[in-house]
Design a protein around this ligand. Structure first.
Ligand code: M6R
Length: 605
């Protein structure tokens, strides 16, 4: 949520800032702006896409600046509310990511002091209080410290001064990464926007401030006490951040799933022993013997992957497992068993709700393993252990290949757990054999995806769409519904197939589209009952089923997927739901990669 980029060096800052913002655009894209120091602070901002702001950006000279792409929290989407914000004397500029909880009180105090406020944002208070402190004779660092001592909330904030040749930044709950180049420094909300310039990265921790000029940076606690910061060890990730031949990142990422799953499983399967090895997720035999349960936590797509992981762990390892909505986790003072295994699942590794659940679990004495995509992200660092899912950069707001790799990594983990308990070597080997075939099956399906256009025609005409699945297909139904809602803006409801008759059936009218995920998995027969109940009321069934399965006769639109073992079907059955969402959004003329109101990383609770 909101992206920050900064540059201090010898090159033209303005163009580097725009490039950095474009890499961070998925964090928020309702408005953007830059400020560059060249004697004066020269600032420009606008609503709309970064590319639009960039075309009208004046040619600022100067080699030091900060920039921002916004996802609105306080105050509507207007030019005034876009960042950067400047003090009224033009001497201080700030960009901020996060939410200030006491901004109303702080704004009132400024008004009483006669300061003119120029936006409706919480963020603006930073620049005015800093300017006032400078006016009182405080040094810039002291000025920032004094403001931070009066604010409550979260911030990743950068400050540029007209009269000083350095940038100050501070972090509390919103990520900031510093990159050191040759006689130049970078600041970014995400490591991947800096990686093309340098691999010398340092992540600020909560409660830290940094002072940067072109040659050096100094990290300290908010009270000014210097801290030793460690370079982030980032493994090289596969994948391109550019669109290439694809019209949208979402389509590119859908088609990358065969390759990304391959990256997730390769080197981790041990066929001879019928098991898998996940370096960062090894449970010692003694821990295993006492393991009471596994808890999996995530939001949105990561939650659906967690729900699938829960079923895989119970099925293969016979250990009680439960998944939780991260944003609800702390609400009820959860009881934490320090002997239990906790997994935090996140693509970005920055989701505030998930991060806060991780901290709550750790505060109550248990360890948490991260199952994360972005290397060096906040959740990965906070957990300190876990596995990377190796999806490569995922830029579309609608998550696709990360889902596949979360499920892939959780399947590997469930297999490993199962093999250290009662799962036989023969069963382990058959799981491995099947997992190895999946990248090719994904590729083959995407080459011939079936009558997606027919499904799109039904869903785009509908008032709402019902998604049904049973057992391991129930979270896939939820994932399909989430995808269609977030990019096509069609109201969707996902329900376990058997639960439909307890309420949602009332929604069905003549021609209502119902997407049913019904692989041949042992519970299919009961899903068939739900199909007949819907059909009897006039519904049109869009059926995702295994190829050659006679259940296809019940479909109005039959979408066959390759066959696999029941527990691995989500890795294939999710694909048509992604394509339906993508093509529905296109048909409705929506911005597929930048759906309204959303952001890729949700860094506010
Ligand atoms: O980065 P995370 O995996 O933690 O993100 C969690 C959700 O915000 C995310 O999955 C969201 O629901 C996606 N837009 C779904 O496509």
């Amino acid at each position: 949520m909101c992206g920050i980029f900064g540059y201090i060096g010898h090159r033209n800052a303005s163009s580097l800032l725009v490039k950095g913002l474009l890499r961070l655009e998925y964090r928020g894209y309702d408005s953007s702006g830059v400020v560059v120091k060249n004697g004066q602070l020269q600032s420009y901002k606008d609503i709309g896409k970064i590319s639009e702001m960039a075309t009208s950006l004046p040619e600022f000279k100067g080699s030091m600046g900060i920039a921002h792409t916004r996802w609105a929290t306080h105050g509507g989407v207007t030019k005034e509310n876009a960042h950067p914000h400047l003090s009224n004397d033009g001497k201080v500029a700030i960009v901020h990511n996060g939410i200030l909880q006491n901004s109303d009180a702080l704004r009132k105090r400024l008004k009483r002091a006669g300061v003119q406020l120029n936006s409706e944002t919480d963020s603006e208070v930073f620049c005015h209080y800093i300017a006032m402190a400078l006016e009182e004779g405080k040094a810039p660092l002291e000025a920032l410290q004094s403001v931070l001592s009066m604010t409550r909330g979260t911030w990743g904030v950068c400050v540029l001064f007209q009269e000083y040749d350095y940038v100050l930044c501070a972090r509390n709950g919103s990520p900031l990464i510093i990159g050191r180049g040759k006689d130049e420094m970078f600041i970014s909300s995400d490591p991947h926007a800096i990686r093309e310039h340098t691999d010398q990265l340092v992540a600020l921790e909560d409660g830290q401030i940094a002072k940067l000029d072109a040659h050096n940076f100094q990290v300290m606690q908010t009270d000014g006490k210097e801290v030793v910061s460690h370079l982030l060890q980032l493994e090289e990730e596969w994948g391109e951040s550019e669109l290439g031949e694809y019209p949208h990142f979402m389509l590119k990422e859908i088609h990358e799933q065969s390759q990304s799953l391959q990256h997730c499983i390769s080197g981790r399967l041990r066929h001879a022993e019928g098991t898998s090895v996940l370096g960062g997720l090894q449970v010692q035999p003694q821990e295993l013997a006492q393991l009471p349960h596994v808890r999996l936590i995530g939001c949105g797509t990561a939650l659906h992957a967690a729900q699938i992981g829960q079923i895989l762990i119970e099925q293969w390892a016979r250990i009680p497992a439960v998944s939780h909505v991260a944003s609800e986790f702390n609400a009820n003072d959860p009881v934490i068993n320090p002997k239990a295994l906790h997994l935090a699942i996140s693509q970005s590794g920055e989701t505030a709700d998930t991060l806060s659940a991780v901290k709550e679990i750790q505060r109550k004495g248990a360890d948490v393993y991260g199952v994360v995509n972005v290397v060096g992200s906040s959740i990965a660092r906070q957990c300190g252990k876990g596995v990377y899912i190796h999806s490569g950069p995922e830029q579309s707001v609608a998550s696709t290949k990360a889902f596949t790799n979360m499920v892939g990594a959780l399947a590997l983990f469930a297999l490993q757990l199962g093999r250290s308990r009662h799962l036989s070597k023969t069963k382990g080997k058959s799981i491995i054999r099947e997992m190895r075939t999946l990248p090719e099956k994904i590729r083959a399906y995407l080459e011939q995806p079936g009558p997606i256009e027919q499904a799109v025609e039904l869903v785009t005409k509908a008032k709402s769409v019902l998604f049904l699945g049973r057992g391991i297909s129930s979270p896939v139904a939820s994932e399909g519904a989430l995808k269609l809602m977030e990019i096509a803006y069609i109201p969707c409801l996902a329900y376990p197939a058997g639960e439909m008759k307890h309420g949602p059936i009332a929604l069905i009218e003549q021609d209502s589209p119902v997407v049913v995920i019904a692989p041949n998995d042992g519970v299919q027969e009961r899903t068939l009952n739900a199909i007949h109940e819907c059909k009897a009321r006039g519904a049109k069934i869009i059926l995702i089923h295994e190829e050659g399965d006679p259940i296809s006769e019940t479909a109005d639109v039959s979408i066959p997927i390759p066959s696999t073992m029941p527990m691995l079907t989500p890795l294939l059955s999710v694909l048509p739901t992604q394509l339906i969402a993508y093509h529905a959004a296109l048909a409705l003329d929506n911005d597929v990669d930048r759906p309204r109101n959303l952001a890729k990383s949700v860094t506010v609770e």
